[in-house]
Design a binder for this molecule. Structure first.
Ligand SMILES: Nc1ncnc2c1ncn2[C@@H]1O[C@H](COP(=O)(O)OP(=O)(O)O)[C@@H](O)[C@H]1O
Ligand SMILES: [Mg+2]
Length: 176
């Protein structure tokens, strides 16, 4: 049997959560933040946030950044495409990397990707939360964790989380 020089790719692993209200979505974000605070290498993750308008992508991103210690206003990055955040060092434990929250809804031309500094950003360590990743086509690397939000009615959201890397799998494992 021929030897394989590379490890087989990590199989995608999906976990589905139902958030009955925004507090449930906040708790999911807090659990992920907790895993990142315990192991800051997990905070060097690319999280893609998909779903229709109003599905809860920005709300989730806000709760995650707040749970990581961001205290100022967390505005929707639709116009600027990307908002940077520095994550305060926890009272105890290792420091966290910087974070960026991007909304690519208005990205229409690949040149904007360069102009907005997104190529450098995705080559830099740190947490990246990206709404409307579909708009970037193949420019965006494979996410560590993809979250697909579905509006089930009223305040209920179904959130399918799919890990695409060992880092994403570790984040998913922290939820179970
Ligand atoms: N379970 C829930 N999870 C997330 N948001 C919720 C939930 N229930 C109600 N909401 C509300 O739905 C809206 C979601 O808006 P937003 O996060 O901006 O959506 P998106 O970024 O996907 O367009 C917010 O007003 C939020 O308060
Ligand atoms: Mg949004």
């Amino acid at each position: 049997m021929p030897c394989s020089p590379t490890a087989p790719p990590t199989p995608a692993w999906t976990s589905v959560r139902v958030a009955a209200n925004e507090d449930d979505t906040a708790r999911l974000a807090q659990a992920l933040a907790c895993a990142m605070r315990e192991d800051p290498t997990l905070a060097n993750a690319l999280l893609t946030l998909r779903g229709d308008l109003g599905a809860g992508k920005t709300t989730f991103a806000r709760h995650l950044l707040q749970a990581l210690g961001v205290t100022g206003r967390i505005k929707s990055p639709s116009y600027a495409l990307v908002e940077p955040y520095s994550l305060p060092a926890p009272a105890s434990g290792p420091a966290l990397p910087p974070a960026w929250h991007a909304d690519l809804y208005r990205l229409d031309d690949p040149r904007e990707w360069e102009d907005a500094g997104l190529r450098e950003l995705f080559a830099t360590p740190g947490l990246k939360l990206v709404e409307w990743p579909e708009k970037a086509g193949s420019l965006l690397p494979m996410p560590d964790l993809d979250l697909l939000f579905h509006h089930e009615g009223d305040d209920t959201r179904r959130i399918a989380l799919t890990a695409h890397s060992p880092r994403g799998s570790a984040l998913l494992a922290a939820l179970s």
